[in-house]
Design a protein around this ligand. Structure first.
Ligand code: FSX
Ligand code: SF4
Ligand code: F3S
Length: 392
């Protein structure tokens, strides 16, 4: 990765072309690229690589199939901003088949899918939304006379990458809730091989966007955990980054919905919050661009663990969570910090400034870095400011 100034090496012409294509200002475009780079946890200068890839790479053909689900994944993408979905669809990916959004119907729609698969054989990205029912030979879900099982296998055979979006496609989700009468199963189970998963009910659209842009920028999908989830988005417990964590540590809990503790924003653990056993970036990224704290716990509802197999739609909502870690939250100052590794606070601040207040992801990186004493001391020394001895 180059320097942050690489962003300016894109050149006036390229940026003007982008302005026309995306219908957004150069500044907004650079903010958008920085947001995605930060969401992916990439180092300083990666925003330039992202910007170049979007500017020059051929739009990947995307075939998007719907099976057992509520279409909430698509809905959440429709609510994405920076840029809006129409720009995203038309300019960053080539959405060649999507049953909810396409104008075609019946045989025309079937033909569009076949044409896109033929024209982009071995190169298209297959996105699956919804679980696949496997009981009764898959007869619970049929499209155009084909079972979801057959459609998935047919479309996956020539795909360059398969992404399971939402908890339903990732591990069965809500349709697989016991006793699971239709045998709702995940994409990986039906294909018999691991795929990239973006769980959440619905998932955060930025996590999907960042995954696709990673594919566009680096020609491969991002690094994933053992459940197929991109590590940039699902490597931290919600409990580590929750704004109510200080209340948890101090033993201040809401005991009932609407009680004094609930109204004062106390921790929701005793109402069944599954943040302590759920990995996702919800508290740092937020949803819907409506500002910070716009996520389930931020709005006063316990996390139900929708991104976590075996938790969401599996454990009773009011059952107490299993504590996975007793690690202090990332906002708390670290005791030891090694200098010169990873992104520095200064580079994160520069990137955050570039991304602007609209980018929740920038907030995430600055938070995730932690403001260690050693790092603060180094910054203060550079600026010639005396350190606050009481805090060191
Ligand atoms: Fe709905 Fe998607 Fe939930 Fe499932 O999201 S929001 S039921 S994860 O497949 O449409
Ligand atoms: Fe936040 Fe839930 Fe953890 Fe409480 S239990 S700090 S509400 S994630
Ligand atoms: Fe889901 Fe919990 Fe996030 S319910 S959206 S994982 S806060």
């Amino acid at each position: 990765m180059g320097d942050i100034n690489d962003i300016f090496s894109l050149g006036r012409e390229a940026l003007q072309g982008i302005e026309q294509r995306l219908g957004m200002s150069r500044r907004d475009y650079l903010q958008f690229c920085a947001t995605l780079a930060v969401t992916m946890g990439l180092p300083t200068g990666a925003d330039a690589a992202v910007a170049k890839a979007i500017e020059s790479a051929k739009r990947p053909s995307v075939i998007w199939l719907h099976f057992q689900e509520c279409t909430g994944c698509t809905e959440s993408l429709l609510r994405a901003e920076h840029p809006t979905l129409e720009k995203l669809i038309l300019e960053i990916i080539s959405l060649d088949y999507h049953e909810t959004l396409m104008a075609a119907a019946g045989h025309q729609a079937e033909a569009a899918r076949k044409d896109a698969m033929k024209a982009n054989k071995g190169k298209y990205v297959l996105v699956i939304e919804g679980a696949i029912p496997v009981k009764e030979n898959g007869n619970y879900c049929k499209i155009g006379g084909h079972t979801a099982i057959d459609l998935l296998k047919e479309c996956a055979a020539d795909a360059a990458a398969v992404i399971a979006i939402g908890s339903c496609a990732s591990w069965g989700g809500m349709p697989s809730t016991g006793p699971n009468p239709s045998g709702a199963s995940s994409v990986a189970e039906v294909l018999g091989k691991p795929v990239v998963t973006i769980p959440g009910c619905p998932p955060n659209p930025y996590n999907f966007l960042a995954t696709v842009v990673h594919f566009l920028t680096f020609g491969k999908l991002p690094e994933v955990d053992k459940l197929g989830r991109p590590k940039f988005a699902y490597s931290r417990l919600i409990h580590e980054n929750c704004e109510r964590r200080a209340h948890f540590d101090a033993g201040r809990f809401a005991m009932e919905f609407g009680d004094a503790g609930h109204r004062q924003g106390y921790c929701l653990y005793k109402l069944g919050c599954k943040g302590p056993e759920t990995y996702a970036n919800c508290p740092t990224l937020g949803f819907g661009d409506a500002g910070e704290n716009n996520w389930p716990v931020g709005c006063g509802h316990p996390c139900i663990g929708c991104t976590e197999k075996g938790v969401g739609f599996a454990k009773p909502i009011h059952q107490l969570a299993t504590m996975k870690s007793v690690a202090p939250p990332l906002q708390y100052a670290r005791i030891v910090e090694e200098q010169g590794k990873g992104a520095s606070f200064a580079s994160a601040a520069a990137l955050a400034a570039l991304a602007g207040a609209a980018a929740g992801a920038a907030v995430m990186l600055t938070r995730n870095l932690g403001l260690s004493h050693a790092a603060q001391e180094a910054e203060a020394a550079k600026a010639g400011k005396p350190q606050d001895k009481a805090r060191s």
